[in-house]
Structure formats: C-alpha cells, structure tokens
Design a protein around this ligand. Structure first.
Ligand SMILES: Nc1nc2c(c(=O)[nH]1)N[C@H]1C(S)=C(S)[C@@H](COP(=O)(O)OP(=O)(O)OC[C@H]3O[C@@H](n4cnc5c(=O)[nH]c(N)nc54)[C@H](O)[C@@H]3O)O[C@H]1N2
Ligand SMILES: Nc1nc2c(c(=O)[nH]1)N[C@H]1C(S)=C(S)[C@@H](COP(=O)(O)OP(=O)(O)OC[C@H]3O[C@@H](n4cnc5c(=O)[nH]c(N)nc54)[C@H](O)[C@@H]3O)O[C@H]1N2
Ligand code: SF4
Ligand SMILES: [Mo]
Length: 711
C-alpha cells in the first residue's frame, strides 16, 4: 500500500465514530448464506455494508443479492404502521384498530359464510416457527381448512415425487460436501449459477476432480456453461427425455440389478415401458439428437457414482411429479442413491423452502411432515395443541385453487402472509379479479406489493434483519438466524402478529409465546416421531454446531447426513419406481398457427421472485430494471422484432409488453421471460391454469404464445 492510500484509510477510519455488527442470514434463496450487517456511523450518518460469514454450507460466500439485501430492508418504502383502506385510500391506523377490524370482519365472515369461508395464504420465506404457527393459527384460531402457501408453486412436484418414490422428502439426500467427489452430475432444469450462486464452487470442484456434467435446459445459462454436455431440449419434454435415458441404460445393460432387486419395487413395468419406446421418436419429442441421449445415458450408467439435481425447469409442469419420478428412476436403476457421492438433490428455492413444507401450512399437512387425513397424526397433533381431534379441520385445497373458490364465492375472506400471489400465480388476470371479489383481504408484508394494494388492511412485518428464527436450508440443515436489528416504526414480527390476532379472537391460551424460541420448543414436540423430526434440535445446539441436518430425533443424535443408506422410508423399506408417460393425459400447451412459440419463465441473478424486495435495491435494480423476452435472432426477424424494442406477447389468457433481448443460444421455438416484474410486465398473465394431478403444481414452464412489435 502506498503512503497516500494508507493516509486515506487512516483518515477514513478516524471518521468512523462507531461500528456495530449484526449477525444475520440472507433473506433470499435456499443457500441461507450466513452474513453480518456492518453499521458504521460517520459524522453522525449511518452507513451499511453486508459481508459473508463462515458456515458449513456457504463457506463464507455471498452473491450480489445477499451483499445488497440490506438495501431493501433499510428502504424508505418499508411499511411502518398498519394501513386501513377507507374510501379506496390507505390511512394509517393503530394496531388496536387494525386488530379490532380483523376480529370484526373475520367473525362476520365466519358467521355468515361458514368457518371455511376464511382462508390463509402463507409462505416459505418465513421461519420454521412462523410456518408452524401459521398452520396452527388457521386450524386452531380460525378453525378453517383453507390454508395453503407459495411453496405449492415451488417445491410441490419435487416433494410429491420424492415422497411417492422414496417415502420421504428431504431436498438433498446427501450433504453438499459430497458433490465435489461424484463422477457424473445431471442438472435437470436448474440454473444454480444464477439461483443458488454460492453453491457453484462445489460443482466447480467436482469438475476439477474430473466429473462429467450434463445440463438439461432449453437455453444456455451460466449453469449450462459448466456442462460437458448441454441437452437443449424442448420445454416440457423432460419426461420423454428421462424415459429415453433409462431406455439406453436398460438396452446397454448398465443397470445395477442387485440394487434393483434388493431395494426397489416396480422395475419390471418400468423396464417394459421404456424398452418398448423408440429412441428416434423420443429424439423428435424432445427436439434433441439420439446421440446426445445415448452419450448422457452411457456416461451416467457407466460411472461408479452419480448425482441428479432437479429444479423448477422440470418440476413446474402439469406433469412435474411424474417428471421428477422419471429422473429418480435413473438413480434407482443404476443404484446411485444411499451411497457416498451418489444421490438426489431437489434444489430448494426459497430461504425456508424446505422447513416451511414440513410443519403444516400446506393444505394436507400437519407439523413434522404429518398428514392431516391420518387419524393417528390428527390425534397426536390435537394432543400437542390441546384441542379435540373433532375440531381439527380436514384438508383444504391448493394455493391456486383457493382463488377459484374465491371466484365461486365459497371463500370470502383471506389472510396473506409474506407472499404476492397476484404476481406469482398462474392466470394472474383471473387471480387479481378474484381477489377483488373478497369481502375482506388482509396482507402482511414489508412493502405495499401489488397484492397488498388490493387489501382492505395491510399489516407491517419485520425483515430478516429484525426477525430471529430457524430456517432449513437446501441441504436440510436447520440453521438459527440470529437477528437483533431494531424494529422500524410500529413493525411487528409475523409470529407476534399471529399471536395478537389470536388473542383478539379469544384464543390467547393456545398462543402464549413471548419469543421465537418458545415456539420452536413446541415445534420440537409437534415434530417428534414425524418424518421431519426436529425433537433433538435446540437453539443452543444450533448456535454451537452451526446447524443440524434433520431427522434429529434426540438431543444426543448428531443429525442425518446421508439418507436411505440401508432402507427407504416406505413401509416395506423399498423405493417405488414409476411408469412415467412421456405426455400427460391432459396435454401440455403446444404450438399452433395462432400461437406459434413456446414460452418458458424463470429467473435472473439480480432479482428475486416477484421482485418486491430486489426492485427496491438500487444496486440490484440497476442490473435489470425491466422485464425482457429472450428470443433467438432468427425467430425475432421472422416476426419483425427488433433487438431492444418493446414487444407484445399474447396467450389465450392475456397479454404483456416487455423488451426484446436477442440470444443466439436459446432454442428457436422457445422464448424466455423472467417473472420479477408486475402489472403489464407480469408474465403470469400469460400462464394457463392447468395443474399437476398429484401435487397441484401449475405449468409455469410451458405456454403457447404469439409475439408482435409493440407500436
Ligand atoms: N436470482 C434468483 N435466485 C433465486 C430465485 C430468484 O427469484 N432469483 N428464486 C428462488 C426460488 S424460490 C426458486 S424456486 C429457485 C428456482 O431455481 P431454478 O429452478 O434453477 O430457476 P428457474 O429460472 O425458474 O428455472 C431453471 C431453468 O429451467 C429452465 N427451463 C425452463 N423450462 C424448462 C423445461 O421445460 N425443461 C428443462 N429441463 N428446463 C427448463 C430455464 O431455462 C431455467 O434456466 O431459485 C431460488 N433462487
Ligand atoms: N411464471 C412463473 N411464476 C412463478 C414461478 C416461475 O418460475 N415462473 N415460480 C414460483 C415460485 S418457485 C415461487 S417460490 C413463487 C413465489 O411467489 P411469492 O411468494 O408471491 O413471491 P415473493 O416475491 O417472495 O413474495 C413475498 C412477499 O412477501 C414480502 N416479504 C418478504 N419477507 C417477508 C417476511 O418476512 N414477512 C412478511 N410478512 N412479508 C415478507 C415481500 O415484500 C413480498 O411482497 O412464485 C411462483 N411463480
Ligand atoms: S441469494 Fe442465496 S446464494 Fe445469494 S447470498 Fe443469498 S442465500 Fe446466498
Ligand atoms: Mo420457489
């Protein structure tokens, strides 16, 4: 360092009058990178920066979203008081008025329209404690069966697929530290480089160690660039591709017969199904060459170890469950699961995408991954909650189906916590219209999102910097997010809001908590003996051990690193292979003369989900400030579309206007639009409303559309 530089830093240091450090964890993706917010006071002005902190999963790394996360949490647009809509305008009100308004409206709705007329829409971005409490709030405080959450649109297919095949769903069957040692990796519909950036070094190390990487994606991304083979298939053709891969493995006798016999059921039917297929037909359906399919299958079959990672590209389909099962068949047929360096990874999406799907905010679930229709599970949880089993509601409907019930007039009130469903649900024009029909809508958010704007009452909630609790990361590792930053204005934590509403409804004895840890203590008991058993986990242990992988059934258990080493979680201890149709019964959207292009949707590095948080962050907004359409130049020219010009995209469901961005690496029959923007840039106005029959996942990844220049 030169003298001049030293002087500069010395002067700067002297100007910092005080420095405070707040421990935290990133509010965005499932990596849940540990971080610290540094607050410096310089000449009575506060300055902030975020730095990474070491831990077993993210190893101290942060991506650009994490580094800039504090920008939205400290944004002036944060809601600081409850807002009540009076004559179409929001006016600030006290918490007391807000809570009384809720009580009066909830009671009116349930008296006139029935208990189930009230609904709850939750989120996988809240803590385990809050997800658990939201489920209890719906069932005990409101006594409604109508609760579901945004994870339905996210991890639904992966979770259902894994439950059906393995009997249990923990996203990663192995720890992240095994990835560098595996020999072959299939990345099916996952863009980890942009969506879980700090995981990349594990895959880069695998590549350095000689692993062969196969990526399956209709477009080139930062992820497909690390692949040895990029299979650029047609959107929605993945079940056919999985069948094709298994056919080659079977025809070339690359099967692990011993594993198939000892550990699985259903192989014969699957074998018959795939061997009767014609590889040329599969190549036509998938839009790739037979040699690519043969190459991928041969390497995966021959290597001694292998891992398959799937994400929303193959899962957000109306046959997403089957597609996941098609890829799991490959692991089972080659014996690549339950062993070192071999296994499955459903790359979880939201920060608590894993934990929030285990503790009972899904329509059919109770805490600990229990089922709301199972008599033993019902009575166990009723005992924990101190209610009569008869009073525990039964299962309700999925996230999108709740809006159909709103439209039909069967649901007349809704409580939305930490989600922006008018932007994130398919058929967004319909969802928005349905929400306007509600007699009473409450939104709990940090900002006035597009959904919150429609609400009758908006409650201000705390951010990741302020709200302590546990999150279960991509590996299934339960982590304690410390939080000590002061609450702005009259903001309350989500769990406090639930307790206070319950109190107003006269149910306070079921919700007596004074801290997140007290809720966790009850969650431990409620999850005890369930598949997602957290009983052995405590805040103290999480602090000392830097996270624990579930199941962890007792305080002296160290947690479970690798699943299925000796048995699967079905009663007969075997995995169930599944015959997977290359096309679902209800066909996926396909091109026609009227709608000649396939649209797929997804993410970019700098923005997160509906963009409500990342669009508030100047550093992130600057990277991408508007929605765009990725299109091949040849296709663009065919429809007279210039680069960088505004274009209309239309489907049977609606139309949007976005900017065209030419890319010579996307398939010519496919366009891609990210979903981080709202209103006329909201791509979900184009997505149709068919759902997967098993998990009720919408088909976000295939729509049929037409494009034209916007004049
Ligand atoms: N930067 C950023 N990171 C995020 C998020 C975010 O919004 N922004 N969101 C978080 C959440 S909640 C989630 S769920 C995850 C999502 O993580 P991903 O699932 O990895 O993200 P997507 O971009 O939705 O889709 C992944 C890839 O699937 C491809 N794809 C599209 N259609 C198909 C198809 O039919 N078949 C195949 N094989 N591939 C297809 C897309 O081109 C895309 O590159 O990311 C998490 N991390
Ligand atoms: N076309 C298309 N649509 C998709 C997808 C796709 O790939 N394509 N992906 C789907 C997926 S995977 C997902 S996960 C969903 C996500 O869909 P959403 O849940 O609608 O997305 P978010 O933007 O996370 O909405 C969270 C809202 O809660 C607020 N918020 C953030 N933190 C907190 C908190 O701690 N408490 C409270 N009370 N509020 C908070 C934010 O300001 C924001 O308004 O979108 C789905 N929709
Ligand atoms: S967005 Fe994900 S990868 Fe990036 S810092 Fe946050 S948790 Fe880590
Ligand atoms: Mo997600």
């Amino acid at each position: 360092m030169t003298e001049l530089m030293l002087k500069y830093f010395r002067d700067k240091q002297q100007k910092v009058q005080a420095e405070k450090v707040y421990d935290s964890q990133c509010p965005y993706c499932s990596m849940q990178c540990k971080m610290q917010l540094i607050e410096q006071t310089v000449v009575s002005r506060k300055k902030y920066k975020t730095i990474g902190k070491d831990n077993p999963t993210s190893e101290g790394r942060l991506c650009i979203k994490g580094m800039n996360a504090h920008q939205h949490a400290l944004h002036q647009g944060r809601l600081k008081q409850p807002l009540l809509k009076v004559d179409g305008e929001f006016v600030p009100v006290s918490w007391d008025v807000a809570l009384e308004t809720i009580r009066d409206n909830f009671l009116k709705i349930q008296t006139h329209d029935g208990l189930d007329a009230l609904s709850v829409y939750g989120s996988a971005s809240i803590t385990n404690e809050e997800a658990y409490l939201l489920g209890k709030f719906a069932r005990v405080a409101l006594q409604t069966k109508h609760i579901d959450y945004n994870g339905r649109l996210c991890m639904g297919a992966a979770a259902t697929g894994a439950n059906l095949t393995f009997g249990m769903d923990r996203g990663f069957t192995n720890t992240i530290k095994e990835i560098p040692h595996t020999r072959c990796i299939i990345l099916a519909g996952t863009n980890i480089a942009e969506c879980q950036p700090t995981i990349m070094p594990y895959f880069e190390r695998a590549k350095e160690n000689g692993a062969y990487i196969i990526a399956i994606d209709p477009r080139e991304t930062a992820t497909t660039k690390i692949a040895d083979l990029h299979i650029k298939n047609k959107p929605g053709s993945d079940p056919a591709l999985a069948n094709g891969l298994l056919k080659v493995i079977t025809d070339k006798n690359l099967l692990d017969k011993h594993f198939i016999n000892e550990r699985t059921n259903g192989f014969e039917e699957v074998q018959q199904h795939v061997t009767s297929m014609n590889l040329e037909d599969i190549a036509i359906t998938t839009g790739v060459t037979t040699s690519e399919i043969v190459q991928a299958a041969t390497v995966f079959g021959q290597e001694p170890s292998g891992m398959i990672f799937t994400a929303r590209g193959i899962e957000q389909q109306i046959d997403g469950t089957d597609t996941v099962r098609g890829f799991l068949n490959l692991l089972l047929a080659t014996g690549k699961i339950g062993k070192p360096y071999s296994g499955y990874g459903a790359v979880t999406g939201q920060g608590n995408g894993q934990g929030a799907r285990e503790h009972g905010q899904k329509a059919d679930q109770l805490p600990g991954y229990r089922s709301i229709e199972n008599p033993e599970h019902r009575s166990f949880i009723s005992d924990v909650w101190g209610i009569d089993e008869q009073d525990l509601p039964r299962k309700g409907v999925s996230a999108y189906e709740m809006f159909e019930k709103v439209d039909e007039g069967l649901i007349t009130g809704m409580f939305v916590m930490c989600s922006n469903p008018v932007v994130s649900n398919p058929n967004a024009n319909f969802v928005k219209k349905a929400l306007k029909k509600l007699k009473f809508l409450v939104a709990v958010d940090m900002f006035l999102s597009e959904t919150a704007k429609l609400a009758d009452l908006v409650l201000p909630s705390s951010s990741y910097l302020e709200d302590e609790g546990t999150m279960t990361n991509v590996e299934g590792r339960v982590m304690l997010r410390e939080a000590s930053f002061p609450l702005p204005g009259e903001v309350k934590h989500d769990w406090q809001i639930l307790c206070e509403i319950s109190k107003k409804l006269g149910k306070e004895h079921y919700f007596p908590y004074q801290s997140a840890e007290e809720i966790f203590e009850e969650l431990r008991i409620a999850s005890r003996g369930g598949k997602a058993d957290y009983f052995g986990i405590t805040y103290d242990r999480l602090r000392k051990e830097q996270g624990i992988l579930w199941p962890c059934p007792s305080p002296n258990d160290t947690g479970t690193e690798r699943l299925f080493e000796t048995s699967f979680a079905h009663e007969d201890k075997k995995a169930k292979m599944a015959v997977v149709a290359s096309q679902p019964n209800t066909p996926k959207p396909t091109t026609s003369t009227e709608f000649p292009l396939l649209l797929t949707t997804g993410r970019v590095m700098a923005h997160y989900l509906t963009g409500e948080q990342t669009r508030k962050s100047p550093s992130l907004a600057a990277r991408d400030f508007e929605a765009f359409m990725e299109i091949h130049p040849d296709t663009a020219l065919m429809y007279g579309l210039k680069e960088n010009a505004l274009v209309n995209i239309e489907s049977t469901k609606g139309s949007i206007v976005v900017r065209s961005r030419w890319s010579s690496t996307i398939r010519k029959d496919t366009i891609f639009v990210p979903f981080h923007w709202t209103e006329t840039q909201n791509v979900n106005r184009l997505v149709a409303d068919q759902l997967d029959p098993y998990c009720r996942m919408p088909g976000f990844k295939v729509s049929a559309v037409r494009v034209s220049a916007h004049n």
